[in-house]
Design a protein around this ligand. Structure first.
Ligand SMILES: [Ca+2]
Ligand SMILES: [Ca+2]
Length: 341
């Protein structure tokens, strides 16, 4: 008994020494169609999402809705990382009627007040085809206004490359056979097989996570935007758009933010969804503790592969109150406080 107590005490000490809290500031996983509530033209000071079609050109599908970002089932039937259900995403065509160039579709977040240097922006993207007809896009930021027509979005935070031409074998997975715009080529230039499906004569992109620190905007209210600006490529998907705030004061904020540790919903009645990402394989455990610092449950998950991870915790039998959910992955430990109804 004494040994167990000592063990608990040492575990607690570790928890307190390393505890970090990551809050979710904004989260959209597109599982419930958010598009009907979005603005279609930015007014400069919108407080909702805006889905703006700057080019007005019909997509090859000639369905009016397909001129801009739309609600769609993810092309390859992957499950939603949070709910485990059929995955829905935001989708946009750059394959326009008569192969016209000029696609410019904007998806703009509500305003985000960046209170300190611990804000991080996360999202996932996938080009339907790659490397042939790879869809590129920009992630942009604007201080104070979302009026894209007035040139509000002056800062480019991320550029995903799009295919410009085929200079060799169009059936190849070797990117040397293609020309691209500047920027990041999906799946690390078609070397990371986690993020695409190879196939005969073509590869299909799978959702790949990205993160950017918003520290340069500390103290500012900003809008973030995805601009799908590929010319004559195919189809692009976005999912799991997330802004987190780490209240960590340590030096390892980047590693913590990279875990992308999210719990949902809060308050929770029965089942808590735990979502996180491993940059490399790691031994993982999840602990439930009370506010007195006692560990109530320790769930060892063993050694898990790199990538997106999801775990459901059944909290049905816990009394109502506040609890710590602590994720340990290798040497990194993060905690969130949740309320149980
Ligand atoms: Ca989704
Ligand atoms: Ca358009």
């Amino acid at each position: 008994m004494k040994q167990l107590f000592t063990l608990l005490l040492s575990l607690l000490f570790t928890l307190q020494a390393n505890s970090q809290v990551i809050d979710t500031i904004l989260f959209e996983n597109f599982q419930l169609d958010p598009f009907p509530a979005m603005g279609l033209v930015p007014l400069g000071d919108d407080t909702t999402w805006v889905n703006a079609d700057e080019d007005g050109i019909d997509a090859v599908t000639q369905v009016d809705d397909d001129k801009r970002w739309t609600y769609a089932e993810f092309y390859f039937n992957a499950l939603d990382s949070l709910t485990g259900e059929t995955n829905y995403c935001a989708s946009s065509y750059s394959y326009l009627l008569n192969s016209l160039p000029g696609n410019r579709n904007w998806l703009i977040t509500p305003p985000i007040h960046v209170q300190d240097a611990n804000y991080t922006f996360h999202w996932k993207s996938a080009s339907y085809q790659m490397p042939r007809y790879l869809d590129g896009y920009l992630v942009m930021a604007s201080e104070g206004s979302n009026d894209l027509y007035a040139g509000a979005f002056t800062d480019t935070l991320f550029q995903a490359a799009s295919m410009v031409s085929i200079s060799g074998n169009g059936q190849s997975l070797d990117i040397a056979n293609f020309e691209f715009t500047d920027g990041y080529i999906h799946a690390n230039g078609v070397t990371d097989t986690t993020y695409y499906i190879p196939s005969t004569g073509i590869a299909y992109g799978l959702l790949e996570p990205h993160s950017i620190s918003l520290a340069p905007y500390t103290g500012k209210t900003i809008y973030l935007a995805f601009l799908h600006n590929s010319d004559d490529d195919n189809l692009l998907a976005l999912d799991d758009i997330l802004v987190t705030r780490s209240t960590a004061s340590g030096t390892n904020d980047v590693a913590l933010a990279d875990l992308r540790f999210v719990t949902f919903p809060n308050p929770v009645e029965n089942v808590l969804n735990v979502l996180y990402r491993l940059a490399e394989p790691a031994n993982v455990s999840i602990q439930i503790g009370d506010v007195q610092g006692r560990v109530l449950q320790n769930l060892s998950l063993g050694r898990l592969n790199a990538g997106e991870q999801q775990q459901d915790l059944n909290l049905r039998n816990l009394p109502a109150g506040q609890y710590f959910i602590t994720l340990q992955a290798g040497d990194t430990m993060v905690s969130r406080v949740i309320s149980k109804k």
